[in-house]
Design a protein around this ligand. Structure first.
Ligand SMILES: Nc1ncnc2c1ncn2[C@@H]1O[C@H](COP(=O)(O)OP(=O)(O)OP(=O)(O)O)[C@@H](O)[C@H]1O
Ligand SMILES: [Mg+2]
Length: 322
């Protein structure tokens, strides 16, 4: 069973998130977070958190013309798996996350979740950004409890138990009454992961959530993330710039080309779970790493060359000013 965030024994008493035929997954859509059943939507087998991206394109109109950021990008995001996204800086990874979240509209192509077109943001998809989004005036516990409380879905003792179980998993139970300013950066990230999970989205979209943390905290965060994922498997799209992080967490690693972003290659990371650091010495791991490194390097070189042309233009323009 997949939607088992609320139980240690991997059995959830709560119904899965549902969405029925003919509906769209957007701000006006009927998809619920799953803490309470959605009336009139009974076909839970249809609703598993699978996303499809078909011939997606995104461009922006800028002062200097049209900037093509994503071009003809096609990607399947299977349910209950981690799809990691890697590619050079500026290749459109964050743009892709924003499109999957429904925060922005595609310029072309389409995105579906469980076969329903994504027409806007919805509670079935939840984004975890690099910057903390915890409310500074609420304690750790209150921050995590905020979503379920607002929706009046779980209350009192049951809610407390659920949240404390999750906080314990990430070593934050002792910090339940502290405010975000009293937590370290790593603790804030952990609280954020728990807050995301407690809202039980069908799909979690993570845009470099551990960027900016020191190396040791980052590897600990990865372990916490892996443990949470193993327990509560849900669909994950995880953008990272760290290859080892990508290889250790992902079931599939999608490598994006230099801008305009397209899928260059998808590597199946068929490594056993649960995973930990010891995998790094595994010959299969090393082979995948070498392959990914070569692909990423090719794109980084292209990106660097494109950047060099731009900076030369900039220097030229600056020189022309006299
Ligand atoms: N609103 C916008 N208007 C114009 N251009 C934009 C806009 N948003 C993003 N871009 C451009 O789209 C490109 C892709 O940006 P994006 O942030 O998705 O890259 P990224 O792959 O996430 O990079 P990084 O690894 O540095 O986070 C960049 O060249 C950026 O300048
Ligand atoms: Mg980005």
């Amino acid at each position: 069973m997949r939607y088992d965030v609320f139980a240690d024994d991997r059995q959830s008493a709560l119904p899965p998130v549902t969405g029925g035929p003919g509906q769209t997954a957007g701000s006006t859509g009927p998809v619920s977070t799953g803490l309470a059943s959605t009336p009139g939507t009974s076909d839970s087998s249809e609703s598993v958190g699978r996303m499809e991206v078909e011939s997606l394109s995104k461009y922006y109109e800028t002062k200097t013309g049209i900037r093509e950021v994503i071009k003809d990008l096609t990607l399947s995001i299977p349910e209950g798996r981690v799809t990691a996204i890697m590619g050079p800086s500026g290749c459109g990874k964050s743009a892709l996350i924003n499109l999957l979240a429904g925060y922005e509209k595609p310029s072309g192509g389409r995105i579906t979740i469980d076969r329903l077109p994504v027409t806007g943001a919805g509670p079935d998809r939840l984004v975890v950004f690099q910057e903390t989004a915890l409310f500074p005036w609420l304690t750790t516990f209150e921050n995590v409890a905020y979503g379920p409380k607002i929706r009046k879905e779980l209350k009192g003792e049951k809610l407390g138990e659920v949240i404390m179980n999750l906080l314990r998993t990430v070593g934050l139970d002792e910090f339940r009454d502290k405010y975000p300013s009293q937590l370290s950066g790593g603790m804030q990230r952990r609280a954020e992961l728990v807050r995301a999970l407690v809202n039980r989205p069908k799909v979690m979209l993570l845009d470099e959530p551990f960027r900016g943390l020191d190396a040791m905290t980052r590897s600990l965060m990865r372990d916490y993330y892996l443990e949470l994922f193993e327990r509560h498997k849900s669909t994950q799209v995880f953008v990272t710039s760290e290859l080892d992080e990508g290889l250790l967490i992902a079931d599939r690693l999608a490598i994006v080309t230099n801008r305009p972003g397209q899928i260059k290659k998808i590597l199946d990371i068929n490594l056993p779970r649960p995973r930990d650091e010891s995998l790094r010495g595994d010959p299969r791991y090393l082979a995948l790493k070498a392959e990914a490194l070569e692909l990423l390097h090719e794109e980084a070189v292209k990106s660097f060359k494109a950047g060099a042309v731009n900076s030369a233009d900039f220097v030229g323009a600056y020189a022309a000013l006299g």
